[in-house]
Design a protein around this ligand. Structure first.
Ligand SMILES: [Zn+2]
Length: 343
């Protein structure tokens, strides 16, 4: 099957490659329609690794996908050929201790698309477990459905935060995940979300949403911006979505006493944290790794119109132009949020 293959660090090819195609009784075969280009795909392309996940052999990229069911296994009853779907890219061992606890996202045995050595989904067809394949309501487009994966991280962050109605949150970093987190926090009950970053074009994009205000760190500090919004009390929830060392260090300064700090961004190297700062306010520290049991909720929010992700889709490329799409993503223009590929 022809797929977008990362041959090695810095080298992509559209070529035929052997991919799993056997349909088990619990699986569905899906004709892929849209795949979003993710920061992690781009990082494997430019660096050949993320942490201890190293690309040692050719790997198909892509994990943010929607498509149409082509065939279902004998045990699959909730889907049929022709259903429009999106897929959760991590497949845990259903019998693992983590899965039994409902935290299958941190199952050590999880197999996640486009995380070495597992192939991703930038190919015309994939076989996937039916239980991690979600039927789309008619009003959710394939493009929106391919945004469910990154939005699910924002959903997980919101759930971990334990948002209470009327909370004020601050999001550090206006990258795609920061934007998704801000929108999920609003949908989860925050009265106001302040997003801070250095890149004005990104702030202009997310600042268009009702309920979101922005501050440019070139003009002010996060602490001043939060103080202005909360009369000096601090934010109920701080979502750290930048992974930048100075932002991580600043987290305790932004939260109110007894507030929560949610670590979403992933620093490339270990970074220092102000433990006494956290202690002095008795902040609750939460961490986020991917997501579990949020796809249904994410799709429901998009279908209801309460969350509109369409403005965050910047450009769409044909499958044949996948390499061009990736090279554009590598440029990381501040006006680009999500680039998608259509098959
Ligand atoms: Zn992603």
């Amino acid at each position: 099957m022809r797929a977008l293959v990362l041959e090695e660090k810095g080298r992509l090819a559209l070529r035929d490659i052997e991919m799993p195609h056997e349909l088990g009784p619990d699986d569905v075969r899906i004709a892929i329609h849209t795949v979003g280009v993710c920061g992690s795909d781009v990082h494997y392309y430019t660096h050949g690794k993320i942490g201890h996940f190293v690309v040692n052999e050719p790997m198909v990229l892509g994990h943010e996908a929607s498509g149409t069911v082509a065939e279902v296994g004998a045990n699959v009853s909730h889907l049929k050929p022709g259903d429009r779907v999106c897929m959760e890219p991590g497949i845990p061992d259903p019998n693992s201790r983590a899965s039994k606890l409902g935290i299958y996202n941190v199952d050590p045995a999880v197999r996640f698309w486009a995380t070495p050595p597992i192939h991703g989904c930038l190919a015309p067809e994939v076989v996937h477990p039916g239980s991690y394949t979600y039927k789309l309501p008619d009003q959710v487009t394939f493009a929106e459905a391919a945004m469910v994966e990154p939005f699910a991280i924002g959903m997980q962050a919101s759930l971990r935060a334990g948002i209470r109605p009327g909370d004020i949150a601050v999001v550090l970093g206006a990258g795609p995940i920061g934007m998704m987190t801000a929108l999920a926090a609003l949908a989860g009950g925050c009265a106001q979300v302040l997003v801070v970053d250095f890149a004005q074009p990104k702030l202009d994009i997310i600042g268009k949403y009702d309920g979101i205000t922005t501050a440019n760190l070139g003009d002010t500090t996060a602490k001043e911006a939060v103080a202005a919004l909360t009369d000096g009390w601090g934010a109920d929830i701080v979502f750290e979505c930048s992974g930048a060392a100075p932002a991580v260090l600043d987290v305790p300064n932004l939260a109110r006493p007894g507030g929560a700090a949610v670590m979403v961004g992933m620093p490339v190297e270990p970074v220092p944290m102000d433990i006494v700062g956290l202690q002095a306010k008795e902040l609750r520290l939460e961490t986020v790794f991917r997501y579990a049991n949020v796809y249904d909720r994410a799709i429901a929010l998009i279908a209801s119109g309460k969350v509109d992700l369409k403005p965050l889709i910047t450009a769409t490329y044909a499958f044949e132009d996948s390499i061009t799409a990736f090279d554009r993503a590598v440029e990381a223009k501040p006006t680009d949020v999500k680039i998608q590929i259509e098959l």
